[in-house]
Design a protein around this ligand. Sequence first.
Ligand code: GDD
Ligand code: MG
Length: 354
Amino acid sequence: MQAVVLVGGEGTRLRPLTLETPKPMVPIMNVPFLERTLVRLKEAGIDDVILPAGYLPAAISSYFGDGARLGLSIKYVIEETPLGTAGAIKNVAQYITGPFFVLNGDVLTSLDLKKMRAVHEEKRGLGVLHLIRVADPSAFGCVVHENNGKVTAFVEKPKREEAPTNEINAGTYLLDPAVLDLIPAGRMVSIERETFPLIVAGPRPLYAYTTDDYWIDLGSPAAYLSAHHNVFDGAMPLGIGQGTNGPGANACEANSCVPPVFIGNRVRIAPDARVGPYVVLGDGCTIGAGASIRNSVLWDDVAVEDGARIDGSIIASRTTVGAHAVVRTGSVIGHGGDVASGSEVEENARVTAG
Ligand code: GDD
Ligand code: MG
């Protein structure tokens, strides 16, 4: 079976993290997010993967290559200009040989793809859409369906007061290849705004498959931090626990780590630093004497100098947080950032280097 993973988005809401790292390569517990998705596909018996990309595609293809390391065959199809979520699928139609999964590339979920496949085989419609229930559906695609699952309306990003349901499109579809004939070629097409409404108005039905799996769209800094929190707490099962995790866990000396934490390779932590709870340190990070880091994710090679304080923030690779600097909640610091010694980064700041 095949899967198309949509990885062409620019990840605007995650800037400045995505200025250098495309959204699918943003790490979850130090592993590119897309790798976690690909492993999940492999575990479900799907080993033929097509990646429609366009934004910083070399960062993706140079990391995964032909997919052999993960036991997959990966094809990259690069869009010169973004074709939209359906246009990107139409653009790979030549490679599709049967019913295929489509995954939004920025969703972290525990959905069982094999069960979803069984639903499609039972229903025999044009496709099955995975749905979940959320408190505020206005940032998503709302999907209305009958009791037997038949979809009767698809409304992308309605106003909150106009949302017809709290069941939303969770960004995993299993589609019959006949859907490809309903997408016009050579232009931008949104599957949510154009293709799904067209199918709903036509003769062959789409079916909804609602689950209460763990699910999050990683598209914003707050969601990115929540996802890590949820992995530590076990809500999203990735085999990472409440303790001191990761290949560099032995860098936690004395009482320097307050679990849960995840520590990468080649990390150095001063014995009187305080790392945690809910902290991820990427490979090669150094944490100086008396520094304190809580509820934060640091990517690779971040230097936190003596006495610096970081809370509730995301810090991209190669950043230096100078001695006694303070990084306040909700901040995002881009690659190669330099927070001057003794300075303060205010709440929810976005800091781009240079
Ligand atoms: N190749 C390609 N080309 N990929 C694209 C393009 C494009 O032009 N535009 C978006 N993508 C990819 C993004 O990289 C992402 O993985 C996925 O398509 C969805 O795009 P987002 O930009 O993240 O959309 P969204 O989060 O606002 O809304 C979508 O996801 C929600 C669930 O997370 C919609 O599908 C909603 O209906 C859905 O509820
Ligand atoms: Mg998204």
